[in-house]
Design a protein around this ligand. Structure first.
Ligand SMILES: [Fe+2]
Ligand SMILES: [Fe+2]
Length: 211
């Protein structure tokens, strides 16, 4: 592992272009939001906390530098249209997305924007598009973003329980993601809200992988 890391670092020094994210994502990492972002101060602080949590997990998982920056960028990008008027978002979206409920429209809307600007990282696009519902197709990044969005320390509910789950990450990764998914499903049921079959499918996958 040590030799591989030394080799990768050497390649990075000689060929930094091999290790760059899309320019829009690199700009986000240095605090520059795209012109189409619609986020207030509180939302931006939430995205910063999600990004910091993802960065912390990526470091503790010893992920390579590029992957770590990719995880940070996912946290910074996922809610960039959360404060936009859903009716305005619908005007610019493909017809397939027009029926998506208002509360979860921002994820697919950000993914569409990224795609239209040339971001072709499929795993990141699914992670961002489906961060509200969860998705059985999620790779490690999607699962991490889904959990970090719920576990970031700025949220007020169940602080001690969520701190415990944060402590168990990333070592107990799939079990924590399964518990987060279950908690979100339970919360929806208690509020009398509809639970998407997509979320149930994701939960089944995570329970199976955590076993
Ligand atoms: Fe969101
Ligand atoms: Fe969020």
């Amino acid at each position: 592992m040590g030799v591989i890391k030394i080799l990768m670092d050497a390649v990075l020094v000689r060929c930094p272009f091999l290790y760059a994210l899309h320019s829009l994502l690199e700009a986000l990492l240095v605090g520059q939001l795209p012109r189409w972002a619609v986020v207030g101060g509180e939302r931006r602080a939430h995205m910063d906390r999600v990004s910091a949590l993802l960065n912390d997990w990526a470091i503790r998982m010893d992920l390579p530098e590029l992957e770590r920056r990719r995880w940070r960028a996912a946290g910074l990008v996922h809610d960039l249209l959360r404060d936009s008027e859903p009716s305005k978002l619908r005007e610019t979206l493909p017809s397939a997305l027009v029926e998506v409920p208002s509360t979860i429209l921002h994820g697919p809307a950000v993914a569409e924007r990224l795609r239209s600007e040339g971001v072709d990282d499929g795993e990141l696009l699914i992670a961002v598009a489906q961060h509200s519902l969860g998705d059985a197709r999620f790779g490690r990044l999607g699962r991490a973003l889904y959990a970090a969005d719920f576990l970031e320390p700025g949220r007020a509910f169940l602080p001690e329980w969520r701190a415990e789950l944060r402590e168990r990450m990333p070592g107990d990764f799939d079990a924590v993601v399964a518990e987060v998914t279950e908690a979100r499903i339970r919360n929806l049921i208690e509020r009398g809200s509809k639970v998407s079959p997509q979320t149930i499918d994701f939960w089944y996958v995570m329970v199976g992988e955590a076993a």
